[in-house]
Ligand binder design. Structure first.
Ligand code: COA
Length: 317
């Protein structure tokens, strides 16, 4: 992966916000209609309950509005909106157009679909826009997987949910927050996780699990090497929230203690593009990150994509 050229204009995150589906579905709720149990789901996935409901645009507007308010910005201050989603509300137009209008933004807007790695892809793209002269970019990751989940299929119904997380990225002349990044994909693995238009998610759980750990670790190691940091330097890992066993296996291979991982899957389930910004916001809201800390974002998803980024919180200056 190319390293960030010296002197390139960087950015810092100045606001964040989240939104979750309104309806809570517990494991016990699922075990009333499926051949499953709270015990099995918790032990095999770490998920205790999940939130469903809302549209991709609606959840994005909620998280985006909160992020703007926290950054102290007006809609007119934003130069671009990048929305990561794998569940757009319509095929045309892009859901980002609906969100742009509802938030009152007057700027370019586009969707990014890299499945569960989408938020990190979008964050990297947003840094590219800032390097090219933009000042403030709103980056949102949202998915409404409940709509493409077959609720009669215990293989997938126990995992997926709806949510959204947003960050405001503002240019910083001296000292960037993004030290290094990596994006990857392997389209030959698409058969292990896919959803046809109008259909439901299909998943070979074991194969996805096996590959997920490997590609997350590979991507994270590339970013850490490019950033010149080791596992000891990482204060917080923000992994994609698919399965706590995937997170702990990846942490173990990276040499980062599990206590340093941010997790929200216990109450939010797997929200795809939203899972990393939801977990990041949760960690920030709980005071788990201080200026100067190294934060590793790392995701994987259908396609099979992987993406990672090493941030130095607050920037390098
Ligand atoms: N409830 C109860 N039992 C279940 C079950 C469920 N929801 N799903 C499967 N089982 C059963 C199986 O039938 C099997 O029974 P058997 O031993 O009698 O054959 C047993 O539990 C073990 O199934 P297995 O598929 O080996 O479970 P697992 O430990 O691999 O866990 C997943 C299944 C899906 C949780 C796990 O493979 C996973 O998380 N994979 C990655 C999925 C992922 O990350 N997807 C999103 C990517 S973005």
């Amino acid at each position: 992966m190319p390293s960030i050229p010296a002197g390139v204009r960087g950015a810092i995150i100045t606001g964040w916000g989240t939104a979750l589906g309104e309806k809570v579905i517990t494991n016990d709720d699922l075990s009333k209609v499926l051949d499953t149990s709270d015990e099995w789901i918790v032990e095999r996935t770490g998920i205790r309950e999940r939130r469903v409901g809302g549209t991709t645009a609606g959840l994005s507007v909620e998280s985006g509005r909160k992020a703007l308010a926290m950054a102290g910005l007006e809609p007119g201050d934003i130069d671009a909106l990048v929305l990561a989603t794998t569940t757009p509300d319509r095929t045309v137009p892009a859901t980002s157009a609906t969100v742009q209008n509802a938030l009152g933004l007057r700027c370019g807007a586009f969707d990014v679909n890299a499945a569960c790695s989408g938020f990190v892809y979008a964050l990297v793209a947003a840094h590219g826009l800032i390097a090219l002269g933009m000042n403030r970019v709103l980056v949102i990751g949202t998915d409404t997987l409940a709509r493409i989940t077959d609720w009669d299929d215990r293989n997938t119904a126990v995992l997926f949910a709806d949510g959204s997380g947003a960050v405001v990225l503002e240019a910083q002349e001296a000292g960037t927050q993004l030290l290094a990044w990596d994006i990857d994909a392997d389209g030959s693995a698409e058969k292990y996780l896919y959803c046809d238009i109008g259909g439901y998610m299909h998943m070979d759980g074991k194969e996805v699990f096996r590959r997920a750990v490997r590609i997350m670790v590979d991507s994270a190691q590339k970013s850490m090497k490019a950033a010149g940091v080791t596992a000891d330097d990482i204060a917080l890992v923000v992994p994609h929230q698919a399965n706590v066993r995937i997170i702990s296996a990846a942490c173990e291979r990276l040499g980062v203690p599990m206590e340093r991982a941010a997790t929200v899957l216990q109450y939010a389930g797997n929200t795809s593009s939203a899972s990393i910004p939801l977990a990041l916001a949760d960690a920030l809201n709980h005071g788990r990150v201080k200026p100067g800390d190294h934060v590793l974002l790392v995701g994987f998803g259908a396609g099979m994509t992987a993406a990672s980024a090493v941030l130095r919180w607050g920037g390098t200056a």
